[in-house]
Ligand binder design. Sequence first.
Ligand code: HEC
Ligand code: HEC
Ligand code: HEC
Ligand code: HEC
Length: 181
Amino acid sequence: MKKFLALLTFIYVIVFFLILYLSDKEYSQEKKFKYVGVKECAICHESEEIGAQSKIWEKSLHAKAFVTLASDRALEQAREAGVDVHPQDSEKCLKCHIAGAGLDESHFAETYKKEEGITCEVCHGPGSVYKDVCKLKDREKFLANGGIVPDEKICLKCHDEPSFTFKEKFREIRHPVPKNK
Ligand code: HEC
Ligand code: HEC
Ligand code: HEC
Ligand code: HEC
């Protein structure tokens, strides 16, 4: 009987710590990587030396994706789609027109702005942690801290237009590091 009780206590203790471990893990993962916005990347990535990625992005339509949702064309499209709020407030439209659509506040740093539209972080992952390590040019560290090296799959999440071909469309937005050109 004593042995049985000891075993029972042992099991309780294990389960208790397991639950504690799992809930803590979930909690920390939720907030680990936050969206910080383009300005936090531009601090370094506007430099011509590494390819001025933020300047190239600024000129792309991705930078206007939120603003676009206030155009006459957008209002018309929203009406046709049966959206009864302003497109800039509709999850149905924001889904493909801003970064981190639908996520709760814990995923965003104070510097995040939805007005920036389709930002670096839509394709490269939320950057609160890797922004401090990507300069090391260590691919493994970049990936381990939430960084993503995107391919065609990421585009297809939003670009369902039949005319979309990765090769052609990526050429329009590419932003290489000069030494990799
Ligand atoms: C402190 C400066 C700095 C900041 C801030 C910064 N980066 Fe970087 N990043 C660099 C440098 C330097 C490189 C390496 C460029 C090279 O290969 O010469 C780099 C590399 C990268 C790469 C290529 C990684 C790979 O392995 O292919 C990506 C993608 C990237 N940065 C995205 C971002 C994004 C998005 C942000 C903002 C969330 C950001 N960076 C913020 C300096 C920075
Ligand atoms: C599945 C992703 C997705 C959703 C959801 C989405 N869009 Fe878009 N939208 C895109 C993409 C990709 C483009 C750029 C390619 C193109 O022009 O077809 C775009 C372009 C646009 C444009 C500019 C081009 C044009 O057609 O004049 C407007 C305006 C627009 N969307 C409005 C809306 C509105 C309003 C909603 C909500 C009712 C919405 N979008 C929902 C992906 C989406
Ligand atoms: C619409 C998606 C998208 C957006 C937005 C985007 N990128 Fe990229 N980026 C890519 C793709 C795709 C690649 C190529 C990945 C590969 O090396 O195969 C890439 C590559 C890079 C590289 C590596 C280039 C090289 O030559 O090694 C850097 C650095 C980078 N991006 C930084 C940024 C920064 C900074 C921003 C925002 C100012 C940004 N990207 C916005 C999709 C995007
Ligand atoms: C989260 C949604 C989203 C993702 C992911 C995305 N885009 Fe876009 N893209 C858009 C929207 C929305 C527009 C239109 C913005 C506007 O007109 O204001 C657009 C516009 C464009 C345009 C200019 C219009 C056109 O159709 O020629 C190009 C080029 C483009 N995207 C290429 C890419 C490529 C390449 C990738 C993947 C590396 C990608 N996009 C990933 C949403 C997205």
